[in-house]
Design a binder for this molecule. Structure first.
Ligand SMILES: C[S@@+](CC[C@H](N)C(=O)[O-])C[C@H]1O[C@@H](n2cnc3c(N)ncnc32)[C@H](O)[C@@H]1O
Length: 144
């Protein structure tokens, strides 16, 4: 099973029939996996250079957008996911965190997920005990 499919299985209660935003999506492999279950998936990145060409699925919308300054209205998504991108966005995490909290619904969830040491080591430093193992992944779950 694809790694991102395994992650979606772990997070399924926050993915199935939900409106999902993947931040700093890169290839958007997580979005592709999530789109099989989600009501809709939106994914954003600063550029589309690594985007998987399979993204042209009906319920996935990709936009070039700075996660530190999102164009979405408040409370737009049920679930926000950052997958294997924490190391890259960490210098502007406080701005991105503020934006993630703004665009997620009041009862929604924000997940920071890492499977690479680059990300997981930093996640442990920043989030301490709030970072927990789920299968192959280190995850941090934030609520609004
Ligand atoms: C490790 S890569 C991709 C991770 C992605 N989840 C994947 O699986 O391919 C990190 C990504 O973060 C994006 N990024 C960095 N800063 C960003 C920002 N401020 N807003 C949106 N994307 C950002 C980069 O463009 C890059 O594609």
């Amino acid at each position: 099973m694809k790694k991102t499919d395994r992650l979606v299985n772990l997070l399924i209660s926050d993915i199935e029939n939900k409106t999902v935003l993947e931040v700093a999506c890169g290839t958007a492999d997580f979005s592709l996996s999530a789109a099989r279950f989600a009501k809709s998936v939106t994914c954003i990145d600063l550029d589309d250079s690594r985007l998987n060409s399979q993204i042209e699925q009906a319920n996935i919308r990709f936009q070039i957008m700075d996660a530190a300054k999102m164009d979405f209205p408040d409370s737009s998504f049920d679930t926000v996911v950052l997958y294997n991108s924490f190391f890259h966005i960490q210098p502007v995490w406080s701005e991105i965190e503020r934006e993630c909290r703004r665009v997620v619904r009041g009862d929604g969830t924000i997940y920071i997920v890492g499977s690479w040491k680059l990300d997981t080591n930093l996640m442990k430093d920043i989030f301490g005990d709030a970072a927990g193992r789920r299968g192959d992944f280190l995850t941090v779950r934030l609520t609004k």
